[in-house]
Structure formats: C-alpha cells, structure tokens
Design a protein around this ligand. Structure first.
Ligand SMILES: [Zn+2]
Ligand SMILES: [Zn+2]
Length: 321
C-alpha cells in the first residue's frame, strides 16, 4: 500500500507536488479548482506539461489523483444544477487528464430522498457525456478514470452502498473509464465495520462481488470524528478518531489491497496532512500486517474454508492501478 496525501494546489500545480514530496507522500491528490466554487481554474498547456514532467521526475511521488468539485450533483432534479455539474466535472476531468492523473475522485451527489432508481439513468448519461467531452491528452499515458467515491450516507447521497456504485458502473458499461474510490471514514459512517480479519475480508469480498475486482482505483484513508453509522462525512487524523489504528490496520493490510494507493484527507493541525500523519498511517499499516500475521495459525487451524477466498482476492483487487 502506497501512502499518500491530499494537499492544497496553492499557487500552482507543481507546488502541490513539492508539498507532497516534503511530507513524504508516495501519492498526491489535489483539487483541480477551488472545491466549493463553480468557477474553473484555467491551467495553460505549459502549466500542465510542467506538472507532468515534474511528476515523472519526482523520485518518491508515484502517482497523482485529483478530487472533483464538491458542488457537483449528478443526481439532482434541477436541470440548471445538472448542467453546471456536467460542465464543472468536464472541466475537472480536462485538468486531471492534462496532469496525467491516475483518477478523478467524484462524490456523485444526492437525490435528496427521491430514490436511487429514479436518478440512475441520469447519473450514467451525465458521466458518459463528460467522458466524451474531455479529450485524452496524447502526451499522457493514462485516460484518467472517474472514480466514484462511496458516501457516508447522509441525505440521499448516491454511493452509500457498493451496490449503488456497482449499478452505475454496470449500466454505464464504460470499462476502465469509470472506477471506484473507497473512503474508510465514509465506509465506517455508513455503518460498515472492518475491525477484525473476518470483517475486513467481508468488505473486500463484497467490493469484489459488487463493483468487481479491478474497479477499485484508490483508497481514501481517514479516521472518523463521528461514531460508527453516524452517516456524516467528518475526517479525523489516523489513530485519533472512532475507527482507530486496529480497525484501519485490518483493512489496510488486507492482501488484496497491497498495491492500492491510500490517500490521507485528514485535518492534520488544521492545514491538511503532515509528515507525522503519514507516519501514523504507516504505523497503522505495520500494525495491520502484524495482526494478519498473528492470525495466520488460527486461519489454518480453524477456518480452512476461507483459504480459497483469500487466494482469489490476492489475485484480484489492486492489480490494475
Ligand atoms: Zn471525497
Ligand atoms: Zn474521501
């Protein structure tokens, strides 16, 4: 698992890469524009080119992810908001592809209680039209998929279950142009536990069964300020929240997630992830590996039947990044 961090783009994109490098992040995530305003930040081809070459040369940052604007709502019934959302997401994707990003993470939006089935077709059509509108830069190797993030479950948010994300992927049939981002805090807040070997394995199995083994593009690694099942999106520093190191460790060290980028979106001291937050994440991973190792004899002795499941997961999730 490569441990990364969301950092501020600040004055220019290359600054974000430098910040990520400084704090020891192996993966960097940025907003392609201010996340709570519609106005896109215009980056010239020279700025994008400079970012791509700096990223290619950086000795420790291995991948870039972008996060889409929070205002976007693909499930809205308001035609004007839908139109703005489509334009904004397309602008986000153009920048992400220009940066050579490995994924653009998206909160799909909220149907405000009208129901998932009623908005599914609109969500899919909008995603497909956005994918059509963002040209794939010939200078970048990746097509930069849109990674749909699981939601904490508040107010009719789309993606509160893996089934909802799977239904979007299936109907869109866009192959690897769409994927999934798994946020540990949202998972916890939506009422899915992973604080044991069996529970963490059940989450990974469920993910493989629903969205499919190759759809997972990245993990958002966050502890939670709110209790289990609280349905609110409130991130805490690793080890300082209600999830804790042990439960995070069980999931992080799952063999099927070994090659996943795991991006911190924690508050730090108020200004985002710091070097010590990345250290805490690496400690959680080390502790998780120790938990898995310590559990080996029990698996061989008592739970022989889980063997084949674990083998399948190892072959599957995380191999596609
Ligand atoms: Zn997010
Ligand atoms: Zn997230």
């Amino acid at each position: 698992m490569r441990i990364g961090a969301h950092v501020r783009a600040g004055g220019g994109l290359v600054g974000a890469l430098e910040r990520a490098h400084q704090i020891g992040a192996e993966v960097v995530q940025v907003f392609t524009q201010s996340p709570r305003v519609w106005k896109p930040t215009q980056y010239g081809p020279d700025v994008l080119e400079r970012y791509r070459s700096a990223a290619a040369e950086d000795p420790s940052v291995t991948a870039t992810y972008c996060h889409a604007t929070y205002l976007i709502n693909l499930a809205t019934r308001d035609p004007a908001l839908l139109e703005r959302s489509r334009d904004c997401l397309a602008a986000n994707l153009v920048v992400a592809r220009g940066m050579g990003a490995s994924g653009l993470v998206l909160h799909v939006g909220s149907h405000k209680g009208d129901g998932f089935d009623g908005c599914l077709r609109q969500v899919v059509d909008t995603l497909l039209s956005v994918l059509d509108r963002a040209p794939i830069d010939a200078g970048t190797a990746t097509a930069c998929p849109i990674a749909l993030e699981n939601a904490a479950g508040a107010g009719g948010t789309v993606g509160r279950s893996f089934e909802e994300l799977a239904a979007i992927l299936e109907l869109a049939d866009a192959d690897r142009a769409l994927g999934v981002c798994l946020d540990t805090q949202h998972l916890w807040a939506s009422g899915v536990a992973f604080g044991s070997r069996a529970a963490a394995s059940a989450v990974v199995d469920e993910l493989a069964r629903t969205v499919g083994a190759t759809a997972l593009r990245c993990v958002h690694l966050n502890d939670s300020k709110v209790p289990f099942g609280a349905n609110r999106d409130r991130h805490a520093n690793i080890g300082e929240g209600t999830i804790g190191i042990e439960a995070l460790g069980w999931l992080m060290a799952h063999p099927a997630l070994a090659s996943m980028p795991a991006i911190l979106e924690v508050p730090g001291a108020g200004d985002g992830p710091r070097a010590e937050d990345l250290d805490a994440a690496r400690q959680a991973l080390a502790q998780g590996r120790a938990q898995w190792e310590a559990d080996e004899p029990a698996r061989h002795g008592v739970l022989e039947e889980t063997e084949s499941t674990v083998g399948r997961e190892q072959a599957g999730i995380g191999s596609g990044t």
